[in-house]
Design a protein around this ligand. Structure first.
Ligand SMILES: *[C@@H]1O[C@H](CO)[C@@H](O)[C@H](O)[C@H]1NC(C)=O
Length: 231
């Protein structure tokens, strides 16, 4: 029947337009980074590893969630204590405010990358220079910090971090589709590529294979900040 034939043609035609470019968000892999701003291992992960995904195409298959709170603690009177002291609480909150006030991922990531790069160089006190460095507007970020919204965001991140199952043991704590990578976190792209079931894997994924247990053991190093390390 003519109608049936038209229907089939239409079906084929429309499926052409729903493949790769229109794959949608369902296939995306969730990637969550639980970290704290002054932890050198967190900074190193963000600057030397996570930043790569913006250049190698992996960002296209990922929903990235940054949670700047880490091993901080909410005291019974409601104040937040941070593992590396008050400056860490300040920068965790500033980064939370950047995420909120600059909702575009590439914008707030650029800012957080800049701050964490200063952490690596032991120059984090110059963090305000990251607004000039990135050309991003500081006003909304400072507003968020000073009007109490930053504190609210940190309490939200505290609840999110404390609800982790299994609970985090250290930072950086990298979670792919709900599964923590433990000490394999620097190989996060392997896990992302493996978890991705969509039609358009980035070319990077072709070059990555799941590591054997032996390879994992060989690359396993203690690049983490344990919860009680500096409290
Ligand atoms: C809240 O409790 C912490 C830890 O017990 C203490 O250091 C801090 O001074 C208290 N802050 C206020 C505002 O009471």
């Amino acid at each position: 029947m003519e109608f049936g034939r038209i229907f089939i043609v239409f079906f084929l035609f429309s499926s052409l337009f729903t493949s790769p470019a229109f794959a949608g968000d369902d296939a995306k892999v969730s990637l969550a980074l639980y970290y704290e701003s002054l932890c050198p291992y967190s900074a190193k992960f963000i600057v030397n590893h996570l930043a790569k995904i913006f250049n190698d195409g992996v960002i296209d298959i990922v929903d990235l969630d940054l949670i700047p709170y880490g091993n901080a603690r909410v005291e019974s009177n409601g104040t937040i204590t941070c593992q590396h002291g008050p400056n860490e609480c300040l920068l965790n909150t500033i980064e939370a405010c950047a995420i909120s006030a600059l909702p575009e991922l590439t914008e707030h990531f650029k800012f957080i990358y800049c701050v964490e790069n200063l952490v690596l160089k032991h120059k984090y006190r110059d963090w305000e220079s990251c607004f000039q460095e990135t050309g991003l507007n500081s006003e909304a970020v400072f507003d968020c910090y000073h009007n109490g919204n930053g504190k609210k965001l940190e309490l939200k991140y505290a609840a999110q971090t404390d609800a982790l199952q299994p609970p985090h043991k250290y930072v950086p704590w990298v979670v792919v589709n709900g599964q923590p990578l433990y000490e394999d976190y620097e190989d996060f792209e392997v896990y992302i590529c493996d978890a991705y079931k969509g039609d358009s894997p980035p070319r990077t994924c072709a070059g990555l294979t799941v590591l054997t247990t032996k390879e994992k053991e060989a690359s396993r190093v203690h690049h983490v900040s344990l919860i009680d390390e500096a409290l």
